[in-house]
Design a protein around this ligand. Sequence first.
Ligand SMILES: Cc1cc2nc3c(=O)[nH]c(=O)nc-3n(C[C@H](O)[C@H](O)[C@H](O)COP(=O)(O)OP(=O)(O)OC[C@H]3O[C@@H](n4cnc5c(N)ncnc54)[C@H](O)[C@@H]3O)c2cc1C
Length: 444
Amino acid sequence: MEPEQHDVIVIGAGIAGLSAAWDLRDRDVVVLERARRVGGRIWSEQRGDLWLNLGAHVYAGDDSAAGTLMREVGAEPRDIPGVLTGVSYKGRLVADGPLELYPFKLPLSLRGRAEFVRTGLRLRKLVAQYGEMARQRPREQPAALQQRMLEFMDDRSFTDELGVLHPEVDAFFRCTLTRGTGEPEQIAAGYGVGYFHLAWNKEDGLGRNIVGGPQTLIDGLAAPHGDRIRFGVVVNRITQDADGVTVECDDNGTRRTLRAKAAIVTTPSHVTAELVAGLPAATDAALRAITYGPMISAAFLTDEEGPQRWDDIYAIATPGRATSMLFNMGNVLMPQRHRGSSFMSYSSADLARRIMGEPDETILDTYQAELENVFPELQGHVVERLLHRTDPGIPYPFVGRSRIQPALMEPLGRVHLAGDYLGSWYAETSVWTGRQAAAAAKQQ
Ligand SMILES: Cc1cc2nc3c(=O)[nH]c(=O)nc-3n(C[C@H](O)[C@H](O)[C@H](O)COP(=O)(O)OP(=O)(O)OC[C@H]3O[C@@H](n4cnc5c(N)ncnc54)[C@H](O)[C@@H]3O)c2cc1C
């Protein structure tokens, strides 16, 4: 049978694939997706004015690739009004005032407090250096900025840089750093410092959520394609020749072959290395070298009435507990107070590995207990809960990661790679690499 023919085949309907397909919407493009839904690691579900969130929730500002895309699609990003630096520790919630005073407000031992102050000051200096380094230069391409970001303090781990910390202090830093699914011993120091830069500088970092939930952006991106997005299709092999690409897949149980002028591949790096035939050795090795950790996220809908003490808080670190962070999704709707709240919490890296094998209900019970530990007044008010496991979760730059970046950026003829593993900015990386791939595919 003659293979069906298209201009471009996009593999994966996460934000990288959908960003690429958005730019190709006036072409004959088809998107092949293994799952039964669009969005990949972006996933939210609306509940009245609120939404339950299980994936990416904070995005970069107006000038970013994600910001531009949101404007084009008509999504409604909004600056997060609340505090991003809340901490709940041993029953005490601290979420206001200068960060320098946190060590004195939290219930720490004397040694823990002294080390917290010392490490905090050192980190502040490093974060300032990172901010300088990461500022985009006039007319600088995202790939050049990305390379510089990856090179920053890339020759040692975060633990090598800051030393082995007092257990109390370690717990604080670990629960923030592992948002990227690597432990402080595994991640490059510069990437770890960059994480604190994101959390402490809302305007330069990931300081926006999307009203109605991030799925509204995904659905907007998918809308022009209708049934050109095909679900339950597992791509097994991608080969290229002088005239085009051949994509072999399992389409809901039927083996199928498609041809196109170009393919955009947005699967995780290790899957990509298996799928794409004839990769240069350096690209193949680079794809296989990318490191990911697992992540488990949960969403809780509550039905309390009236103003609450979390109304002005977006993010709360929960050191030393079964979850790492707690997020208050409805904060972007403030100052308007709606009935109920939507919380998201998660465990990642080693915390997630420890519980990955447990049943959903057990994990949800544990996470709910953690939520009620932070806000005991929520007891009896949780009305819905969802759980999602993501493995591989998020790619994290390991020590020496910058050295494989040139091999990942190398053009591959009619096959174009896109996805978050090509950089260190999560969904932002997926968007710019997706759009860059679409621009290259248009030339073929
Ligand atoms: C809990 C959680 C919270 C996060 N929070 C944030 C955040 O706040 N901000 C942020 O910027 N980022 C965040 N991230 C990371 C962000 O979600 C990802 O960086 C981004 O969504 C990745 O998009 P992608 O399109 O590159 O990959 P994906 O979303 O993984 O898309 C790849 C798609 O390919 C499909 N696929 C895989 N193999 C095949 C195959 N063989 N054939 C066909 N299809 C296939 C998959 O099903 C998937 O849909 C978070 C991630 C998680 C898990």
